[in-house]
Design a protein around this ligand. Structure first.
Ligand SMILES: NC(=O)c1ccc[n+]([C@@H]2O[C@H](COP(=O)([O-])OP(=O)(O)OC[C@H]3O[C@@H](n4cnc5c(N)ncnc54)[C@H](OP(=O)(O)O)[C@@H]3O)[C@@H](O)[C@H]2O)c1
Length: 325
């Protein structure tokens, strides 16, 4: 199969290469998914899990990308709850080969059925931003209606989901970001916008919750804005500052079938929209991840642009796979 691999940590995204790799076997509890659309998070190549296994052994060449939408083509022994030919989407294990490939092996618990009326590109774009926003706001931030939320990077992939979900939950959203992103953040539902380069962050006054996707000095200054009993939620590592009388939580997004089902339902009924900046093919993926212009929103790689949809039967799947090898 075709896959993007990385072998050189220092090279960053410029070191990504399109190569031929063996298709993964369906091990116990694994599902093989033919990838139709794949997502990659910008700083994945700085994560230790891209380079080593859980005990620190080199696992390169590794396949990055951990967000997917596709079709189940094989089930390993003991796998329950999914069918060959089923449309699915989800997050894959950080420590295993990922989704910038034609096929991936993923545990069934990491997959959620993708409704037939939701495009694979949309499905792949929802997984990481949607789950991260949901978990940050509702599990870690315990957002309540009427509370104020300072959403950093509100026009970015995660921030735009946070903004929409916080508004739907009755929050008052103050988005932040670059000057050029003001209108985009407001269009996603932010009620105010702070241009971090030109406006004074401190002018927003006190807030109940800060959702931080930036870190550093912005995070430290944001901690000082949180009212007693409020929370700083960080998705960029251990918080460097804590609210004087509140919580500071750092977390890494986890697969969750129930939450992903809630998220995709909101897309279907128009309450939520994705923030897709660029769609490229697997052949063009390396160039797409090394852009000459600023990336706005999520980059999605269409691996099977003329993909075999959810009408795929098991017989056809097997036939397709035999012809490929
Ligand atoms: N812990 C987790 O589970 C988890 C899950 C998902 C993502 N993440 C991390 O969260 C971060 C954001 O991810 P994302 O996919 O939302 O990225 P993204 O789409 O690039 O969004 C980040 C947004 O914040 C803006 N921004 C960053 N630094 C800024 C600054 N100093 N001033 C003003 N605006 C700034 C960016 O603008 P520019 O593009 O101009 O910089 C962009 O609009 C990444 O580091 C990612 O790895 C963590």
């Amino acid at each position: 199969m075709k896959a993007i691999v990385v072998t050189d940590q220092a090279a960053g995204t410029a070191g990504m290469k399109l190569v031929e790799r063996p298709e993964p076997p369906a091990a116990i509890n694994d599902v093989i998914v033919q990838i139709h659309a794949s997502g990659f998070t910008g700083d994945e190549l700085t994560w230790p899990s891209t380079w080593t296994d859980r005990v620190g052994r080199d696992r390169t060449p590794s396949i990055p990308g951990h967000e997917l939408a596709g079709v189940v083509t094989a089930l390993g022994y003991g796998t329950t709850g999914l069918s060959i030919g089923q449309r699915v989407f989800g997050l894959t294990d950080w420590y295993r080969d990922g989704t910038l490939a034609e096929y991936v092996a993923v545990e069934a618990r990491n997959l959620t059925p993708l409704p037939g009326d939701v495009d694979f590109t949309v499905g792949a774009a929802l997984v990481m931003p949607g789950l991260t926003a949901w978990q940050g706001l509702f599990e870690h931030g315990r957002l309540q209606a009427g509370q104020s939320v300072l959403v950093h990077g509100a026009a970015g992939a995660v921030g735009s989901m946070v903004t929409q979900l916080a508004r739907e939950a009755g929050g008052y959203v103050i988005g932040t970001g670059r000057a050029a992103d003001r209108q985009k953040a407001l269009d996603f539902g932010a009620q105010e916008f702070v241009d971090l380069d030109n406006d004074a962050l401190e002018d927003v006054g006190v807030v109940d919750l800060v959702f931080d996707v930036i870190g550093g000095d912005i995070q430290k200054r944001s901690a000082g804005l949180i009212r007693a009993g409020g929370t700083l939620v960080s998705i960029v590592g251990q918080p460097e500052a804590r609210p004087a009388d509140g919580l500071a939580v750092d977390f890494v997004v986890e697969s969750d079938r129930a939450q992903l089902s809630e998220i995709v339902q909101r897309v279907r009924d128009g309450r939520l929209r994705t923030n897709i900046g660029n769609v490229a093919t697997l052949d063009d993926a390396v160039a797409a991840f090394n852009p000459t212009e600023r990336i706005k929103g999520k980059t999605i790689i269409r691996v099977h642009p003329r993909g075999l949809g959810d009408c795929l039967t098991p017989t056809k799947v097997q036939f397709t796979r035999r012809r490929r090898v």
